[in-house]
Design a protein around this ligand. Structure first.
Ligand code: ATP
Ligand code: HSE
Length: 317
């Protein structure tokens, strides 16, 4: 269950009058999300998604929603926010910041094949390029600064061997972030959470990517590494599936060729992407936020992925 703040059709009918969408016809809670309250709504103008933001700070929302608007205007298939009669895309509903965005067609592909990974690689590269002239700057709020801040609160819960793995990796990433190669990496707005459940396919066509609420400015390569670590792995072992990884990398490269610094940074960024989700899952596991309603994701999955990324030479960029 993931509707934390209920919204009735009556409440929606009043609130929606400020949008150029006609009357509200129906509203249905979406059960799968864990961060926000989401609803499919039907209006005189068609189908949309209504999101009530449960945890994000209102000052952070313009970055996410304006980025979606920016990308949608440049032909990247992402949910486009709908502005109200004053031009605002976030307004309060039941005391929560809320937004209406267009509904993407299709379904998640939870068993991706190389052709799905190629579609993701192509779209990710096009999305990075389309974000180049986006003007709002907001760091990746789950980046190095967050790892440094969060690690000390998680370490006391871990047995010594795991604590060393975590502390050593954070140190390794801190050192790598100070290198000239890291500083030379191209960067801009990135999705930073492009897992299998955040993309839609209609048959074999990628119809869109969504859930931009962990987006931020970071290196494009980190975004690719997050995506590879989810789409191109065996979920039981965390091992990279070379056919899927090659498909994603070559489709990405065909749109935006990699720089020499990116070649050097590839393995460190795959490690960074594994660390990012291992740490957030450890944090949610040991220090669940108040009123957390759902079972946290399994941290050991990303611990396994991190160990493998440290040990293996990844497929060349
Ligand atoms: N614009 C959209 N078009 C179509 N379906 C959507 C859209 N936005 C959300 N959904 C549906 O709602 C579900 C939950 O949305 P979303 O992933 O954004 O929620 P969340 O609370 O951030 O969840 P999580 O953190 O688990 O990814 C998605 O799995 C998808 O099925
Ligand atoms: N993708 C994250 C959840 C937040 O979207 C994870 O798997 O830990």
């Amino acid at each position: 269950m993931a509707v934390f703040t209920p919204v009735s059709l009556e409440q929606l009918s009043d609130w929606i009058q400020q949008f150029p969408l006609g009357r509200a016809r129906s509203i249905k809670g979406i059960s799968s999300g864990i961060e926000n309250s989401n609803f499919f709504i039907s209006t005189d103008s068609g189908e949309y998604v209504l999101t009530l933001f449960e945890k994000l700070h209102i000052e952070q929302l313009p970055f996410y929603l304006e980025l979606m608007r920016h990308l949608a205007q440049r032909g990247i298939p992402v949910p486009a926010p709908v502005a109200n009669d004053k031009g605002a895309i976030v307004t309060l509903l039941n005391d929560k910041p809320a937004a209406i965005v267009s509904k993407l067609e299709g379904e998640s592909q939870l068993d991706p094949q190389p052709l799905h990974c190629a579609a993701l690689g192509d779209m990710l590269a096009r999305m990075h390029l389309a974000g180049k002239d986006f003007k709002i700057l907001q760091p990746n709020l789950r980046g190095l600064a967050w790892w440094l801040e969060t690690t000390p609160s998680v370490l006391p819960f871990l047995p010594p061997e795991l604590a060393s793995l975590l502390a050593d990796e954070v140190q390794y990433q801190k050192d790598f972030a100070a290198t000239a190669d890291y500083r030379a990496l191209p960067r801009g707005p990135v999705h930073a959470d492009l897992f299998r459940n955040n993309a839609m396919f209609v048959g074999e066509r990628l119809s869109g990517i969504f859930d931009f609420y962990f987006a931020g400015c970071d290196t494009w390569l980190f975004d690719l590494a997050v995506t590879v670590n989810d789409w191109c792995v065996d979920l039981d072992t965390g091992a990279l599936d070379l056919a899927r990884a090659e498909a994603m990398l070559s489709a990405y490269r065909a749109v935006r060729p990699f720089s020499p610094a990116e070649g050097v940074a590839w393995q460190p960024m795959l490690r960074a992407a594994a660390l990012r989700f291992w740490l957030s899952r450890l944090y949610d596991f040991y220090l669940p936020r108040e009123a957390e309603m759902l079972t946290p994701h399994d941290p050991t999955h990303f611990e396994r992925i991190l160990r493998l990324r440290i040990k293996e030479t990844p497929p060349a960029l």
